[in-house]
Design a protein around this ligand. Structure first.
Ligand SMILES: Cc1ncc(COP(=O)(O)O)c(C=O)c1O
Length: 410
């Protein structure tokens, strides 16, 4: 007997599962207001109101910097909106070539190659690298981003996951393998959800000792750290010892796109084999030129970085003074811990609906179940008054949700 499948039931059940577990994602619709960063307009079922955004990865407000916006406007007038093709077939604009030159120079590497996003950069570069180094073993920090995990999975390389930032465990794992077998250690410089910093120096030492390559994701650090914004590896003066540095243009640089920087040879290999690089439309030239403008600006200006760091310190102090629990770290990411998905969502709703502060709740699977949080990223244009009001509102929201005591599903 033929049984007709009920496809809709399968889809509905998967959504109901998320709702039951309190991790169904609701996207808030916002419209940003140029000249008023970090304010935005929230569109709540056609009722609009002004809100203060505290969870943006446009960390320095560069997407509204006038040099950057003027560059975008003028470049579109000069070169149009799209690139017209893949890098191989008519999309290799002078603007993207210039952007790659700037990125290589920023990180003091021979070469850089640009992808459509930081996610694609990781997935395409890691999967290709591991396939080329056949029989490779990859050592990956357990807190690495989804794009790194996806790149590793696509490669089918043998993998060893080490406990977060635990160099003893990394060394224990790596020493099991022959010195002359290909090995790649992949980690991040600033971890996106905890905001802590990877032990780059320690990992580089282990890599040298055991003949391994190193790949560091600096997505949350580029534009933000180091004298010219080249990230934590610049701050530590260790870029030379890292084989591949990966970054994004979509966060501190306020535009869009991702990249890797490395030797000429490694970039040539990725460029020649990575399907996520080859078979997709190249970044629009206007966007590439604008990203270059943002890069050059942040190479020379430290005002945004220092104002931002001042505001981060101020908010951390106010949270401590008010007994609001957050994960302390040395970065600009402040995770206020709620440890309960329903309460986390409820606090976020209260902040938005009653006080006009927008902080998206971060629930499983972005973070482990039971460690739900509000990830706050103060920027250079948040004011002292806004910071004081946010602290007050957080206190109220925690008080109002004390009754919520959700148990993790078994
Ligand atoms: C650590 C890390 N790597 C890569 C990415 C992807 O970068 P992009 O947003 O440019 O795709 C993210 C995104 O948040 C990230 O947190």
């Amino acid at each position: 007997m033929k049984i007709k499948l009920n496809y809709s039931d399968k889809f509905r059940n998967s959504i109901n599962k998320l709702k039951f577990e309190g991790r169904y994602r609701v996207f808030n619709e916002t419209k940003r207001k140029v000249g008023f960063h970090p304010l935005a307009i929230w569109n709540n079922n056609s009722i609009t109101s002004d809100i203060i955004v505290w969870c943006s990865n446009d960390y320095l407000g560069m997407s509204q910097n006038k040099y950057v916006t003027n560059s975008m406007i003028n470049s579109v007038k000069e070169m149009g909106t799209g690139s017209g093709g893949t890098r191989n077939i008519s999309g290799n604009s002078s603007a993207i070539v210039e952007l790659e030159r700037e990125l290589a120079s920023l990180h003091q590497k021979e070469k850089a190659i640009v992808f459509s996003s930081g996610y694609v950069a990781n997935e395409a570069a890691i999967s290709t690298l591991l396939q080329i180094l056949d029989d490779a073993i990859v050592f990956s920090d357990e807190k690495n981003h989804a794009s790194i995990i996806s790149g590793i999975k696509k490669s089918d390389a043998h993998k060893e996951i080490f406990k977060h930032n635990d160099l003893n465990e990394l060394e224990k794992l790596i020493k099991k393998y022959p010195y002359n077998r290909s090995k790649v250690i992949i980690f991040e410089s600033v971890y996106s959800m905890d905001g802590d910093i990877g032990n780059i120096e320690g990992i580089v030492k282990i890599a040298k000792k055991y003949n391994a390559m190193t790949y560091v994701d600096e997505v949350h650090a580029v534009g933000m750290y180091g004298k010219t914004g080249a990230g934590i590896s610049e701050q530590l003066d260790i870029s030379d010892s890292i084989d591949i540095i990966q970054g994004t243009l979509g966060k501190a640089y306020g535009t869009m796109g991702g990249y890797i920087t490395s030797t000429d040879l490694i970039c040539d290999v990725i460029r020649s084999y990575a399907s996520g690089y080859i078979f997709t439309t190249a970044l629009p030239p206007a966007l590439a030129k604008t990203a270059t403008q943002s890069l050059k600006y942040l190479k020379n200006s430290d005002v945004e970085r220092s104002l931002q760091q001042k505001n981060v310190m101020l908010l951390k102090k106010q949270l401590s003074d008010n007994n609001i629990n957050y994960l302390d770290n040395k970065s600009h990411i402040i995770p206020v811990m709620v440890n309960n998905p329903i309460r986390c969502t409820e606090i976020s709703n209260i902040l938005l609906n009653e006080f006009g502060h927008y902080i998206q709740p971060i629930n499983y699977p972005t973070v482990p179940a039971g460690t739900e949080r509000l990830r706050i990223t103060p920027g250079p244009l948040h004011t002292e008054k806004m910071i004081a009001e946010l602290t007050f509102s957080l206190k109220q929201a925690f008080k109002k949700t004390e009754h919520i005591n959700f148990k993790k599903p078994a």
